[in-house]
Design a protein around this ligand. Sequence first.
Ligand SMILES: Cc1cc2nc3c(=O)[nH]c(=O)nc-3n(C[C@H](O)[C@H](O)[C@H](O)COP(=O)(O)OP(=O)(O)OC[C@H]3O[C@@H](n4cnc5c(N)ncnc54)[C@H](O)[C@@H]3O)c2cc1C
Length: 471
Amino acid sequence: MIEEAVDNRLSIIKSIAERIGEDKLRLDNELLLEYSRDRWAQGISSIAVFFPETTEDVSIIASFLYDNDIAMVPRGSGTGMTGGCIPLDKAVIISFDRMNRILSINKSQMTVTVQSGLILEDMQRAVESEGLFYPPDPASADICSIGGNISENAGGLRCVKYGVTGDYVLELTVVMPDGTVSRFGSHARKDVAGFDLKRLMIGSEGMLAFITEAVLKLIPLPESAISYKIFFRTSQDAVLLLNRIFMIGIIPAKAEFLDISCLNLIAKKFAFKFPEDAGAALLLSLDGSKSEIAEYEKKMKPLIENAVYVESSSGKSQDKIWELRTQISPSLKEIAPIKINEDVSVPIDVLSDLVRFCEDLAAELGLVIAVFGHAGDGNLHVNFMITEEQKDQAKKGVELLFCETVRLGGTITGEHGIGIAKAAYAGIRLDPVVLKVCREIKRVFDPKNLLNSGKVFYGELHERHLTGRII
Ligand SMILES: Cc1cc2nc3c(=O)[nH]c(=O)nc-3n(C[C@H](O)[C@H](O)[C@H](O)COP(=O)(O)OP(=O)(O)OC[C@H]3O[C@@H](n4cnc5c(N)ncnc54)[C@H](O)[C@@H]3O)c2cc1C
C-alpha cells in the first residue's frame, strides 16, 4: 500500500518534469540526502528535488503537488541554522539554486530586482560596482540566498546602523502553495494599500508561499570608514562603552562583541596574543563621509582612553581588525564535539545583564559557553560547547537562557529563526493569542498544510525526523 502511494507520487513528479523540462528534476539518493540538510541537522531524505528556473516553473510544480496532496519544502542555499529547509515528511524540495539572476539594477530608482536564489554577495558586489549599497550582511553572505534571507529576515554585522533584510524589501513575487502567482508590495518606498503582505512574508520561514523574485531598496555607498579593535578588562566595560557611544550620537555600522572564552579559543587556534588583563573585546566600524569620520575619531578618543588596548585603522587594512571576528567559528569547532548555537536578542540597555547571566550560567552548569555577536543591536550568539554526556545540562541551560532573555524584554531568536530547532520553545516567547493567529494565517495561505508544515509554532521537537546528529 505504502509502495503504491510512493509510486503514485513519483509518477506525478515525473509528469511535472515532462512539462517543465526533465533536467529540472533530480531523484538520485546522494543529492536527495544532501538537499535534506542545513547547517543545523541532517533530515530524512526527500522524495525528489526540483530546480525551477522561472516563476512559471515554480507555479507549475506547486499546483501539481498541491492538487495531489504532496508536501513541499522551499530551499535556498541550506545555510540556515534552525532546520527551516529540512523536510519533516516525505516531501519534495523546491530548490532555488538555478533562480540566481540579477534581473535589473535601477540606479535612478535605487532598487535591484533579483531572482530569489541569487547569492547575497553576488548581488552586493554588482550594486557596489554601480556606487550603490545593500547593507544587510549575514556572515554567510558568500553562501546564502536572498530568498533565504527574506524568509529568515536575516541580520548580520551591519544591522546596528542600517537595519535587517526586511527593511530593504519593497516588492515580492510569490507563488502560493496552490500555484497561484501574486505580487506583494510595489516599487514605491511608501505603500499602505491593503495589509502589508510583503511584510508577512519576511521571516515566514518558508511556511506561507514561495518567494521567486524580490525588488530590494538600495542606498548610496558610504564614502569612508574606520575600524577599531578594543580590549577591555571585563565584558561589562565593553558593553558600557557601546552605550556611551550611542549616547553621544554615534551609531556604529558594526559593533561586535567577543567574550573571554572566544578570545582564549582564538588565541589557542591561531597563535594570537591578546593583553593578559583583557576580559573581552569590541570590534567597531564607523562609516560616513570623510568629515564625519574625522569628527567620530575626535569624539571616540576620550571614551577609549581607559581601555586595555586600542587599535584603529581605515582603508583596506581594516580587514586585519575584522579577522578576529572571522576566526571565532573555526576556533569554536575545535574545542567540543557539539555546538548548540543560540542567537538571543535583548533591548540594548540590558545587554550587560544578558552577558552577566551567560557568565553565571556557565559557572553554575559547569559548561563552556562562548558568547559573541552583534552587540550593537543586542543580538548575541550564545554557544554551548558540549560533549554528548553534557546534552541534558545544555538543554536545561538553553531553557534558562530563553526564559531570562524574554524576562529582559527580548526574544529567543534575533536572526536565525525558530525552524525545527527552537519549535519546542516558541511558547516561551509567543503567547497563545500570537500562536493562534499565526496558525490561522498559515491556514489562509495553505489550507491543506502542505508547505513546510510542522515547524515554528507547532511546539514539538522533531528529533525523530533527523537521521544525522545535530550539527
Ligand atoms: C557561517 C554562517 C554564518 C551565518 N551568519 C549569519 C548572520 O550573521 N546573520 C543571520 O541572520 N544569519 C546567519 N546565518 C544563517 C543563514 O545563513 C541565514 O539564515 C540565511 O538567511 C539562510 O539563507 P539560505 O539561502 O541558506 O536559506 P535556507 O537555509 O535554504 O532556508 C532558510 C529558510 O528559508 C526558506 N526559504 C528559502 N528560500 C525560500 C524561497 N525562495 N521562498 C520561500 N522560502 C524560502 C526555507 O524553507 C527555510 O525555512 C549564518 C549561517 C552560516 C552557515
